[in-house]
Design a protein around this ligand. Structure first.
Ligand SMILES: Nc1ncnc2c1ncn2[C@@H]1O[C@H](COP(=O)(O)OP(=O)(O)OP(=O)(O)O)[C@@H](O)[C@H]1O
Ligand SMILES: [K+]
Ligand SMILES: [Mg+2]
Length: 693
């Protein structure tokens, strides 16, 4: 096998014409013709009582429709007018169902490209020293399979040995090959993706039928959609409002009888439907589904709609340094011995301590030592000690009692002290020299003697500073948490522009920091990819795992970024905020609308009985019946008219919550009051011009 770091000669591969996920949903059409048709049919299917109960507001409209039909048929309402009211109410319910169906159809469209990645695959399963061919669907967690260049990975898993370049475009829509490697934080592979070069042994981690793709498709198609807490709260509020108006409308005839007026029952139904928040009630499910769809358009798989929404309220973002803020390709670049030790002694000790180190850091030390002329080293009967995030050290115990260790500065200092040694004063200077440039110093010790420092260089990702600035503009604080020493951490923190950092952190320190933030009443997001990040990913309110990361990280988080781009959190936050704002704006609009409809309908209701009501008749509509019809028609039409806004979301720019609120109150509150006046007047003119009943 060649060294994984040298650029791999990629074979000529014919990329499959995969449909990539739409990355600019704002410019694409809402649906294609087939999608519209399917949504239209689904709107009728959703008339099923069980489906209707999910939306109390619309259930009341449907009940009103049936009542209007009965009144009309039994001669308790003027026939033509009765038919018209019944029809408009029925269409109102259909429009609301249609809005939800369109959102779902969009999700299915996105899932179609994913489904094409889920094909019938064969696997080469390892049994003892042999291999057998089995269907991918027969693979169980724990099975080991071999996948070579040109073959498809049969199911989700983790690379046990080897490395490979993989085309993940079927899942991510990104055709650039990615490198996945055993023993690193980039060991996760997905079923349905293709190995381009080399050969890997994969340990299967997913149950048949429950692969990443399977779950993703179910989510996108809305099969496992659950209402978010905010959505449930709003549904309850809307139901309470509906109930209140119902009581008001039902008691109205009694009130009217005091002034010797009687109100037609049909008009009462019309009044009720105009007053209850039908617009937001009808669009609410669509808004929720659209949030999930938008996340997927950004190549983020959210495990629930709640996760997307919580992202909109995040206060603090925690990130690890290596691989998240930096490229994570930590490479040994230099040996810095302390005085009394030669560069060669340090080099050879570092080499010995890294021979069996599978981490990229360890391998790069071996490569650097060899390139600097290190010869064959004697390591027979050696006992290698692997790197762990808890000890933050690795090394080797040689026969004869020689103990070589390399690791984080504080970890080695403690170890040397425990062995009865002391750290030479000049070590600090060597460490600082390396760390000030943002490189990671690894201290090498032979027993209780410190030999020197290995510099591991890493590069801050391009454009990350701008991303953090954008997060800051939205009021989100960024904190870098790293196992590295404080000086390196400070150098990288300054370069990347994070607000705060925490150094020399072990996994439990990360967890404690998240808990502390949460106890302060803040919502915390965490981005990570390693198994050592898993507890923190699980504890955080938003755990965004990298798709390239380990299975443990992906299971622990509540979101996976298919592009493995930590800065993606920014988009997730914006999608969450946009969803919250869209729901808020449309609620404002809906309630404002209803106020205006009141002015259209109430004078019509009482005009005959209470002449003083004429003072309220600001719209001067052609006739009481036309007024009622115009208000109901507007009430129905506004739902489909707002579907594009509900699905695409209200325009969002990072700014303070207060200024956003002011802007939206102006547009959706004031607009919501004014629009019905104009629209209802226009509809009334049309009705009076010949369509009136
Ligand atoms: N292979 C290794 N052998 C010995 N020590 C290592 C090795 N790799 C890293 N270290 C040391 O352990 C520290 C913690 O490494 P780890 O990868 O766990 O960091 P982390 O907590 O994920 O934070 P970050 O990734 O942001 O640096 C490193 O800063 C380094 O000093
Ligand atoms: K209404
Ligand atoms: Mg790390």
């Amino acid at each position: 096998m060649s060294d994984p770091r040298t650029p791999l000669p990629l074979p000529e591969v014919r990329m499959q014409p995969v449909q990539s996920l739409p990355s600019t949903p704002h410019r694409t059409a809402l649906l294609d013709a087939a999608g519209w048709r399917a949504a239209g049919i689904a709107a009728f299917a959703k008339l099923h009582p069980r489906a209707m109960l999910g939306s109390p507001v619309m259930a009341v409209v449907l009940a009103g429709t049936l009542l209007a039909a009965v009144l009309t048929a039994s001669g308790h309402a003027p026939f033509g007018f009765g038919i018209a009211v019944t029809a408009i109410l029925f269409v109102t319910v259909l429009f609301a169902n249609f809005a939800e169906a369109v959102a779902e159809a969009r999700g299915r469209g996105q899932a179609a490209s994913l489904r094409s990645a889920r094909r019938d695959l064969m696997a080469r399963r390892i049994v003892g020293a042999n291999e057998e061919r089995v269907a991918a669907s027969a693979l169980k967690p724990g099975d080991q399979v071999i996948v070579s260049a040109g073959e498809w990975i049969p199911s989700d898993g983790e690379i046990e040995s080897g490395f490979a370049t993989i085309n993940e475009s079927a899942v991510t829509g990104e055709s650039a090959p990615v490198l996945r490697e055993a023993g690193t934080d980039r060991s996760g592979v997905i079923g349905g993706t293709k190995v381009l070069t080399d050969e890997i042994v994969v340990r299967i981690t997913s149950e048949p039928g429950h692969s990443f793709l399977d779950r993703m498709i179910a989510l996108v198609e809305g099969a496992s959609r659950q209402k978010t807490p905010n959505e449930i709260a709003l549904t309850i509020l809307l139901a309470a409002m509906t109930l209140t108006f119902l009581v008001v409308v039902v008691t109205l005839p009694a009130l009217a009888s005091f002034v010797d007026a009687s109100i037609e029952p049909l008009l009462l139904i019309a009044l009720l439907v105009c007053l209850i928040p039908t617009t937001i009630g009808g669009l609410l499910p669509a808004i929720g589904i659209a949030g999930m769809n938008r996340a997927l358009s950004a190549n983020v798989l959210a495990k629930s709609g709640k996760a997307v929404e919580v992202a909109g309220d995040i206060d603090t973002l925690l990130l690890d340094k290596t691989g998240t803020i930096t490229h994570g390709d930590r490479q040994a670049t230099q040996f810095h011995p302390v005085s009394g030790v030669t560069r060669e002694q340090l080099r050879d000790a570092a080499l010995l301590a890294s021979l069996a180190d599978v981490t990229p850091e360890g391998k790069s030390i071996v490569a650097l030592a060899r390139s600097l002329g290190a010869g064959a080293v004697e390591a027979e009967h050696a006992n290698f000690v692997g790197f762990s995030a808890n000890t933050r050290m690795s090394g080797v115990d040689l026969p004869g009692g020689r103990v070589l260790r390399k690791g984080a500065v504080d970890a080695i200092e403690r170890n040397v002290a425990a062995l009865g040694g002391s750290v030479p004063a000049e070590l600090r200077a060597r460490v600082d020299q390396v760390a000030r440039g943002g490189a990671t110093p690894l201290v090498v010790a032979d027993g209780h003697n410190v030999l020197g420092v290995v510099a591991l260089s890493d590069v801050v990702k391009h454009g990350i500073r701008e991303r953090f600035a954008r997060l800051r503009a939205m009021g989100i604080r960024t904190v870098m948490i790293t196992g590295d020493n404080p000086l390196t951490a400070a150098a990288i923190a300054a370069e990347a522009g994070v607000d705060d950092f925490m150094a020399e952190a072990r996994p439990e320190d990360k967890l404690a920091r998240i808990r502390a933030e949460q106890q302060g009443g803040r919502l915390v997001a965490m981005v990570g990819d390693g198994t050592n990040d898993a507890p923190a990913l699980a504890q955080a309110d938003i755990g965004l795992a990298m798709n390239s990361g380990t299975q443990a990280a992906k299971e622990a988080g509540n979101m996976v970024d298919l592009d493995s781009d930590p800065a993606k959190l920014l988009e997730v936050v914006e999608i969450g905020k946009q969803q919250l704002i869209t729901r808020g704006a449309l609620t404002t609009f809906s309630l404002a609308n209803d106020v205006s409809k009141y002015f259209a309908i109430l004078p019509a209701l009482f005009a005959a009985a209470i002449p003083q009501m004429a003072a309220l008749d600001v719209m001067r509509l052609s006739s009481p019946r036309n007024a009622v019809l115009a208000a109901l028609i507007f009430n129905a039409l506004i739902i489909p008219a707002l579907i594009p806004l509900a699905l695409r979301g209200v325009r969002f720019t990072p700014r303070s919550a207060v200024s956003l609120l002011r802007r939206n109150m102006l547009i959706y509150g004031l607009g919501g009051v004014l629009l019905p006046f104009v629209a209802i007047k226009l509809i009334d003119l049309l009705l009076a011009a010949g369509f009136g009943v």
